[in-house]
Design a protein around this ligand. Structure first.
Ligand code: PHE
Length: 357
């Protein structure tokens, strides 16, 4: 027994890694290990012999086991020390240069406009991209036969044959979040709802998936004048200029009355897109006073409350602000494009520090 002890404790002390240690464990105290074999011999002994040999074997087994676990812990410590020695990191070094990963212009624009509307007292609300057609259409005063359903080139979700429930759609605008916000928080409300929307459309300024930010303000005394002021303040802050030229055009949306579309003055010379100059206008948003039927659909009393809503194309804003002529490039995932137009990941846009330095 003393030989066994000396042999295994010696091997354990010399073991240089966990695999060796495990092999020693199996050979010594495993089910068919040497100590187990010795234990089997107990049966052939006289009771007196057994009384001495039994406890001694158990003690040997315990001793080997604890030597194993002590060595295992020591090996783990040594491995950790080795990692700490080789994988150290100098946290006082400057961060990596730009271009190692950057913020997409759409994310950047979304952060910027969120910062601006936060300053104006709007909080952020969100809704699902796969939307119930009631939220996307009916609740917004767009009944089944309404031409707006066709005009929007809606993507309908597949329904199993025989499933007669109303269809789900990929939301065609962020306006359904108006209804969801009204249902959820009641009046008064001041929210913006940024997010992706979908329409079957594809050219230089249209992609099947794009981004909008909805705005909704509901209270007892909100007017069209408030809407106009908020939009003007927003556009000036977003483009970081003292004035940009906006054109409010009377328009029609089923969910607002009256309605206005807003265009921004721009030029497209030589494929370069610039804001604030030139003879072109780019439509950037739709807006108006929320239709009483829509307020009622949201569960709020339209006799008491009124408000404005708007829907802005985020991608359009980003194109204009950063001079990106083709919307489709936003979604190509071309790394060279992303490195060129991307933003430093650690600069959080805010109105005091600057939006897009
Ligand atoms: N939902 C409209 C669109 O996608 C925009 C809009 C929002 C218009 C809110 C008025 C009020 O075109």
């Amino acid at each position: 027994m003393d030989d066994l002890k000396a042999k295994y404790l010696g091997q354990i002390a010399d073991a240089g890694d966990e695999n060796t240690l495990e092999a020693i464990r199996v050979a010594a105290v495993g089910k068919k290990g040497e100590v187990a074999l010795k234990m089997r011999e107990l049966g052939k002994m006289t009771p007196e012999e057994r009384q001495v040999a039994g406890p001694a074997l158990n003690a040997l087994k315990d001793e080997i086991n604890s030597a194993l676990s002590a060595k295992k812990a020591a090996l783990a410590d040594a491995a950790l020390d080795e990692r700490l020695r080789t994988e150290w990191l100098d946290v006082t070094l400057p961060t990596r240069p730009r271009g190692q990963g950057s913020v997409h212009p759409i994310s950047q624009a979304t952060e910027e406009l969120t910062a601006i509307f936060a300053e104006l007292g709007f909080s952020v609300a969100e809704g699902p991209r796969i939307e119930d057609d009631w939220y996307n259409f009916d609740a917004l005063n767009i009944p089944g036969h309404h031409p707006a359903r066709a005009e929007m080139d809606t993507f309908y979700m597949h329904r199993a044959e025989g499933d007669n429930r109303p269809p789900h759609v990929l939301r065609t605008h962020t306006s359904p979040v108006q209804i969801r916000s009204m249902e959820k928080q009641g009046a008064p409300i001041r929210v913006i709802c940024p997010g992706g929307v979908y329409r079957a459309d594809y050219d230089q300024t249209h992609t099947p998936m794009f981004h909008q930010v909805e705005g909704l303000a509901i209270d007892k005394d909100i007017s069209m004048a408030n809407l106009k002021w908020v939009l003007e303040e927003f556009v000036k802050a977003f483009f970081e200029v003292d004035d940009v030229e906006l054109r409010f055009r009377a328009s029609h949306f089923p969910f607002t009355e009256p309605s206005a579309e807003v265009d921004i003055r721009c030029s497209w010379d030589n494929g370069q897109l610039k804001i604030g100059e030139g003879d072109d206008w780019m439509e950037i948003l739709g807006s108006g006073m929320v239709h009483p039927k829509v307020i009622a659909a949201g569960g709020i009393d339209p006799e008491v409350y009124q408000g404005f809503a708007f829907g802005i194309g985020i991608d359009r804003l980003a194109m204009l602000k950063y001079g990106i002529p083709d919307l489709r490039a936003f979604f190509d995932s071309d790394l060279r494009w992303l490195r060129h137009y991307g933003f430093a990941a650690l600069d959080m846009p805010n109105l005091h520090g600057g939006l897009s330095r």
